[in-house]
Design a binder for this molecule. Structure first.
Ligand code: C2O
Length: 517
């Protein structure tokens, strides 16, 4: 079925952490990222289990007072944030080549503009929802999809130098992700929007303008993006309209093994050969992943949204993706992209095998696939679900709120936007169609694959009747006693750093017990 596997020079040297184990519930999936801009901090301790990387590396989950200063309660009663405010902004007027994972430069700079030409975005003064984003596979989503197809066609046919042209729009992502901009005020430090607390707001703004441009070209202000509802069983395949060869929505650089009816693997690992499970099992795994990433691993803004980065930070060292960014965000990128070469070690003519898992599986080219935007609409929707139904609050740090980005708007003028202005969707004019959330009670159960868990009757019979019989080693002994084959009940007492913690302390810092396989 496939051409024979030929030897290849392809190496994984950019991604040494990829060689760590793969388990169906591991979640450290890093999207193909140029070596220069990949979050390096995670390599500082190779023993960190993937799933808890964020928690372990950033134990200071507490607010750092030195990072900013709030001063002045003016007569208006509104405080202003000045002094040590360290919000990031891109040096938009001085775009440089971005770098691909293979080290080659790629020019994805937008039409150049001087700083003076950039105006500040003015948020809507009234809250009014005019655009409803619907699931691609739903009845209302079919209408969004049909318009979306038309809009992409119109975008692809704009003059190449129009900032609203489809390639230009795809380049926006490339320039922001792969080192196209320095931080304003720091000519030696890169700006970047992945693996940090900028992930959700940047992509929200990016889609906002993309959607407005579509609406402008369609002459339909009610146009709303469809979302790729991969967190729901009926949406776990590539939506039909993306697969029509010759359509403006078609992209040949997708994994040909993953076309419908293949069920998406929300925890896909591009570096291991896939273990095929039946669709029902895959759907169950997917719902468990969703539960884990939206609920279990997402109990604080930092864990869900990512770690803080501020002006003057080296983004390659101070970084850490939130739960959803790692998976399913990264994993669905790489699941969609073409990774045959990476997986099979194949180099040869014929199929559109791509060296860097283009298009969706690598940042510089991801947004060239029209499925990128519905994918990100779903990511954005999950953010709203987390805020409205699960956790209820986002960061209040002014450094986050005042972070700015620059985009060309629907009239092709450059505007500067701030994170704080994207938090109320009704002021951005859009909402998500309410759909069932099938993962909300899909709490994963421990599975028998790694440790045999006796059923409760067996456990009752097997366990010692009185506690006198159980020798509980202290933690030093635990270290000495392990590793041990889990062929019997093993009890270990682990000393907690602090036993009694206030509700506030619990909110701010996670206590994590790592059980390594
Ligand atoms: Cu900016 Cu889905 O990546």
């Amino acid at each position: 079925m496939y051409p024979p596997i030929a030897p290849t020079n392809y190496s994984f040297t950019h991604f040494p952490h990829f060689f760590l184990h793969h388990s169906p519930l591991s979640t450290n999936k890093i999207l193909n990222h140029p070596a220069n801009f990949v979050c390096k901090a995670k390599n500082s301790n190779e023993k960190i289990p993937k799933t808890n990387r964020n928690k372990k590396e950033f134990p200071e989950l507490k607010f750092d007072r030195r990072d900013f200063l709030l001063i002045g309660f003016g007569s208006s009663g509104i405080y202003s944030t000045v002094a040590n405010l360290k919000s990031l902004s891109p040096d938009f007027s001085n775009c440089v080549d971005a770098i691909k994972p293979d080290g080659k430069p790629v020019n994805c700079c937008p039409k150049s503009t001087s700083a003076a030409e950039i105006s500040d975005f003015v948020p809507n003064s009234v809250a009014a929802t005019t655009r409803v984003r619907a699931a691609a596979q739903s009845v209302s989503g079919a209408a969004n999809m049909a318009k979306y197809k038309k809009a992409i066609d119109l975008m692809k046919n704009l003059p190449a130098d129009d900032p609203r042209n489809f390639t230009q729009q795809a380049n926006v992502h490339c320039a922001y992700c792969d080192g196209g901009y320095n931080q304003e005020g720091y000519s030696d430090l890169k700006f970047g929007i992945h693996e940090s607390w900028l992930f959700f707001p940047f992509h929200r703004w990016y889609l906002y303008f993309f959607e407005k441009i579509c609406g402008k070209l369609l002459e339909d202000e009610t146009f709303a993006l469809p979302f790729w509802n991969w967190d729901s069983p009926s949406g776990m395949v590539i939506p039909a309209m993306f697969n029509e060869i010759g359509s403006p929505l078609y992209d040949r650089r997708r994994n040909q093994d993953h076309l419908p009816p293949a069920v998406a693997d929300l925890n896909w690992d591009e570096d291991v050969l896939p273990v095929r499970v039946n669709p029902e099992t895959q759907i169950k795994y997917n719902l468990s992943i969703m539960y884990k990433q939206m609920i279990t691993n997402a109990t604080t803004p930092r864990l869900f949204m990512g770690q803080p980065v501020r002006a003057g930070d080296d983004i390659t060292m101070k970084c850490g993706a939130g739960s959803i960014e790692i998976a399913p965000h990264n994993t669905m990128h790489t699941w969609t992209g073409n990774q045959w070469r990476r997986q099979r070690g194949y180099t040869g003519p014929g199929d559109p095998r791509e060296p860097n898992t283009e298009n969706m599986g690598v940042f510089y080219s991801a947004a060239r696939d029209p499925i990128f935007y519905p994918h990100h609409a779903n990511i954005d929707r999950l953010w709203t679900i987390w805020v409205n139904k699960l956790h209820g609050k986002v960061f209040t740090d002014p450094n986050w709120l005042e972070t700015s980005f620059v985009f060309y708007n629907e009239d092709a003028y450059p505007v500067r936007v701030k994170v704080k202005d994207c938090l109320d969707l009704s002021r951005l004019g859009y909402a998500y169609e309410e759909t069932p959330i099938p993962w909300i009670d899909a709490k994963p159960r421990p599975r028998g694959k790694y440790v045999r868990i006796p059923n409760s009757l067996e456990a009752t019979q097997a366990l010692p009747k009185t506690l006198d019989n159980v020798r509980i080693p202290n933690s030093l002994e635990a270290t000495q006693a392990l590793p041990k084959i889990l062929d019997n009940v093993l009890k270990i007492t682990v000393k907690r750093p602090k036993k009694l913690r206030s509700a506030k302390e619990k909110q701010e810092a996670e206590e994590v017990l790592l059980i390594e396989e």
